[in-house]
Design a protein around this ligand. Structure first.
Ligand SMILES: [Cu+2]
Length: 156
């Protein structure tokens, strides 16, 4: 009985050892984000504005330089709510905060998507791009993406 239990345990443990490890790397965000945010020169912050229209982002290629602090101002001028969904991009940056002027400031290690409400919704994201690369951004509502609501974020 005891040896059977041991055998079962051994099999279970071996199963653990050889089971595929969940891809935590893909889910991870910038580890030392707090440090990067603290050390950044926020007086040298650059502002990039992205306007949401029906259906698209303007500009649809959004460029940043790694290491420079940014305010990304998202402004929805369309008559529908729209998302700015960019999970890979959000994980590649050191996020300081998201801010709705005069109303709220949200601190989180990273975001996956930001919905900006129709007819004038605005939110500002403060961050430092860390990883260089090209990332996609899109709207996940209904068929918006198929109708062109997608863009590219390039970090150089
Ligand atoms: Cu949309």
């Amino acid at each position: 009985m005891k040896s059977t239990l041991s055998a079962v345990l051994a099999t279970a443990l071996a199963g653990f050892a050889f089971a595929p490890i969940p891809s935590t790397a893909a889910e991870a965000y910038i580890e030392n984000a707090d440090e990067i945010v603290k050390q950044a020169d926020w007086n040298a912050m650059e502002t990039v504005t992205v306007v949401f229209e029906e259906h698209g982002y303007t500009p649809d290629v959004i460029r940043f330089k790694a290491g420079t602090p940014y305010k990304l101002a998202l402004h929805n001028r369309a008559d529908k709510n729209h998302y700015f969904t960019a999970p890979e991009f959000f994980r590649s940056i050191a996020t300081r905060k998201a801010m709705v002027d005069g109303q709220a400031e949200i601190k989180a290690p990273y975001f996956k998507a930001i919905e900006v409400l129709k007819e004038g919704g605005k939110i500002d994201l403060y961050f430092v791009p860390v990883e260089r690369g090209s990332f996609e951004v899109y709207c996940t509502i209904d068929d918006h993406r198929e109708n062109g609501m997608e863009g590219q974020i390039v970090v150089e």
